[in-house]
Structures are given as C-alpha cells and as structure tokens.
Ligand binder design. Structure first.
Ligand code: SAH
Length: 219
C-alpha cells in the first residue's frame, strides 16, 4: 500500500472515530461502511485534502456533499440489515450511495443535474460499484418500475415528503428526508406500518433544495 493510500485510510479512521462514533453512532454496518468508502475520491482534486473534515463540501453545480456525521446519522436511522433495496434521491457526488451500497444488496439513485449524473455514473463504473443503479430524472417522482423500496433516503430538502415516494415505500419500510424551508429543515424519518405512517423528528439540518414536480419549483 502506498503512503497516500495509507494517509487517507488513517484520516478516514480518525473521521469515523472522532466525528461519528464519538457523537453516538453505534450501528456497526454504518461504521464499517464509512471506514471503507474513500470519501476523497468523491470530491474534486482541489478538495481532496479536506475530504475527511467535519463539514459539508462543494461538489460543483451549486450542490454539496453532506458532513460525514449527517451521512452516518441518516444511514443509521434507516436501520438497514443488508438485504434491502434502497432508493436515494439526489445522487450528487455519489458518496452517500456508495456508503449505502457497502451495506445493502442494491441501491437505486436518481439525479436531476445532468453534469453530476454523468460524472458520478462514470465514477461508479471506475470504482466497480456494480450494485448501484443510476437514473437521470426528477427523483420527486420516485422510480415506479423498481418499487417498492425497503428504504428511501432523500438528500435534498423540500417543504413536504413527495407523495410518490411514500407510495413506493414497502410495508415496514423507512424514509428519511430533510423537510422544511429554503434554508433550514428538520430531518424527518417516516415508517410505513399497517396502521399508517409513523413520523419522528431527528432535529435541525441544512440541505440544498429538492427541485421537481413534488419539490421546489425554482432553481
Ligand atoms: N447524496 C449526495 C448529496 C448531493 S446534494 C452526495 O452524497 O453527494 C443533493 C443533490 O440532489 C444535488 O446533486 C441535486 O442536483 C439533487 N437533486 C435536487 N432535486 C432533485 C430531484 N428532484 N431529483 C433528483 N436529484 C435532485
């Protein structure tokens, strides 16, 4: 193993220990996935040195990749066992999808920005993440042909949870999404049960806008 690779592995371990485990994330599959996925490969060359820092990072096209802790918290909230099919809305850099794909059987991910879609699709091929299926579309409509999903993660914020996504969630399935206004939102987790929908608020957060038919209308 060369020194660069070793350095990033060390930074990755430090990130997981000090930002994720120290703040109370306990799910061993999440911890293992985040120790494995090379976050620095999901950002531009100029940002490689800050890839493991305790903050979000720009990924181009006015979008951002979430702070590592938020990724861990959202992934843990889905309580994944490994045999699930998960839908992600907002592929972006592909980092969140890669973390999910290290845990579950198959990840479906939708991106509405063509530049990010094409770049990230190429990266998944290069890194041989063969269990991630990508789509260029408006994710607020979900992915009907591939539904139902055991879990859905929306990585952009909207005023309400898009109706099609609730419909495409399997019985017993969980959905997590930042819900709120333009600038700040609350992280909402929804569980679909036979008795209806159970909702829990995990607290404040800040995401870029979910834009689409069941999201924000403007850019
Ligand atoms: N999960 C990403 C985070 C990217 S930021 C990562 O790990 O890097 C949110 C992304 O959601 C942006 O790339 C944005 O273009 C995308 N997005 C916004 N509205 C969308 C929609 N309706 N459908 C699909 N993607 C959307």
């Amino acid at each position: 193993m060369n020194n660069q690779v070793k350095k990033f592995e060390r930074w990755r371990n430090d990130m997981v220990e000090s930002q994720i485990i120290a703040r109370g994330v306990t799910d061993s599959s999440v911890i293992k996935a985040m120790k494995k996925i090379p976050r620095h490969l999901f950002v531009s060359d100029a940002l490689v040195e800050s890839a493991y820092g305790d903050h979000p990072l720009p990924i181009g096209e006015g979008q951002t990749i979430s702070q590592p802790y938020i990724i861990a918290e959202m992934t843990q909230a889905l309580e994944l066992k490994g045999d699930e099919r998960v839908l992600e809305i907002g592929t972006g850099s592909g980092y969140q999808a890669a973390v999910l794909a290290a845990i579950v059987d198959r990840v479906y991910t939708i991106e509405r920005n063509n530049t990010l879609f094409l770049n990230t699709k190429k990266l998944f091929d290069k890194l041989k993440y063969h269990n991630i299926v990508t789509k260029y579309s408006d994710g607020t409509l979900g992915w009907d042909q591939q539904s139902p999903f055991d879990a859905i993660i929306v990585t952009a914020g909207g005023e309400e949870i898009p109706e099609p996504l609730i419909k495409q969630l399997a019985p017993g399935g969980k959905l997590i999404m930042p819900v709120g206004g333009n600038f700040t939102q609350e992280l909402i987790i929804v569980k679909k049960t036979t008795k209806g929908i159970i909702t829990k608020n995990l607290g404040g957060c800040r995401f870029v806008k979910l834009i689409g038919q069941h999201g924000w209308k403007n850019n």
